[in-house]
Design a protein around this ligand. Structure first.
Ligand code: SAH
Length: 214
C-alpha cells in the first residue's frame, strides 16, 4: 500500500491518544484496561487505511479491536476514520509486527487477521512475509489456545506459500476458500484492497487456521 509522505503524521498521531497507543509495550498484558469493556481482543496486522477494522468494530461491538500498521503515513488514514466514527472498541498502534511479543503477552489475543499482506514474491524476501515461520511463532505465543489466524488475499503466490508455511508449522486448517465472494457471506467486511481487486474480477482467497493445542 502506497501513501504520500505526510510530514504532519507524527504530530497528528501524538494528538489522538484516545485511539492511538504511542507506547504499546506499556500495555503488554494489560490491553483490556485500554478499553471500556472486558471482551475478546482481535488484532489486524497491516491494517492499512482502516476500512476493515472500523467495519468490524461496528459489526462486532462485543469485540475489542486493535489495528497494527507499520507505516505512519498509512495508519493516519485509519486513525482519521476512527476519530470520525468514535467507536469505543478500536485502538491503533504504529508498530512492526515482527516484535509482536513485545506488546502482547502470552494468550492475550483471541484472533489475528492478515488482510492482503505484502506478497514479497522474491524468494530472498521470504522472511518479510507475514506468514513466514518467525511470524507464526509470534502469533502462536500471543494467541489463546483455540485462537484463530485468518488470512485473506488476492495473491495466489502468497496464498500457496502461506498454506505450506502453516502446514509445516503444524497449524490446523479450518477453512480454505479460493473464492470468498462466491460464498456471499453477509458478515464479510471488505478491506480497501479487497474492494479494489474484487472490482477487477479477481477471486479472493481465505484461510482460517488454528495452532495446535500445547
Ligand atoms: N489490510 C489493508 C492493507 C493491505 S497492504 C487492506 O487489505 O486494504 C499491507 C499493509 O501491511 C501495508 O499497509 C503495510 O505497511 C503493512 N505491513 C507490512 N508489514 C507489516 C508489519 N511487519 N507490521 C505491520 N504492518 C505491516
Amino acid at each position: 500500500m502506497r501513501a504520500r509522505h505526510k510530514p504532519w503524521a507524527d504530530d497528528y498521531l501524538k494528538e489522538q491518544t484516545t485511539y492511538v497507543e504511542l507506547n504499546p509495550p506499556l500495555y503488554k498484558g494489560k490491553w483490556q484496561s485500554r478499553f471500556n469493556e472486558n471482551q475478546p481482543i482481535h488484532i489486524e496486522i497491516g491494517a492499512g487505511k482502516g476500512q476493515f477494522i472500523t467495519g468490524m468494530a461496528k459489526q462486532s461491538p462485543n469485540v475489542n479491536f486493535i489495528a497494527i500498521e507499520v507505516v505512519k503515513s498509512i495508519i493516519v488514514s485509519a486513525v482519521q476514520k476512527v476519530v470520525e466514527q468514535e467507536p469505543d472498541n478500536v485502538k491503533l498502534i504504529n508498530f512492526d509486527a515482527k516484535d509482536l511479543r513485545d506488546i502482547f503477552s502470552e494468550n492475550e489475543v483471541d484472533c489475528i487477521y492478515l488482510n492482503f499482506s505484502d506478497p514479497w514474491p522474491k524468494n530472498k524476501h521470504e522472511k518479510r512475509r507475514l506468514t513466514y515461520a518467525a511470524f507464526l511463532e509470534q502469533y502462536q505465543h500471543v494467541l489463546k489456545p483455540g485462537g484463530e489466524l485468518v488470512l485473506k488475499t488476492d495473491n495466489k503466490g502468497l496464498f500457496e506459500y502461506s498454506l505450506v508455511s502453516f502446514s509445516k508449522f503444524g497449524l490446523v486448517l479450518d477453512e480454505v476458500t479460493l473464492d470468498l465472494h462466491a460464498l456471499n457471506e453477509s458478515t464479510n467486511v471488505m478491506t480497501e484492497y479487497e474492494e479494489k481487486f474484487a472490482a477487477k474480477g479477481q477471486p479472493i482467497y481465505r484461510c482460517r487456521a488454528k495452532f495446535p493445542n500445547e
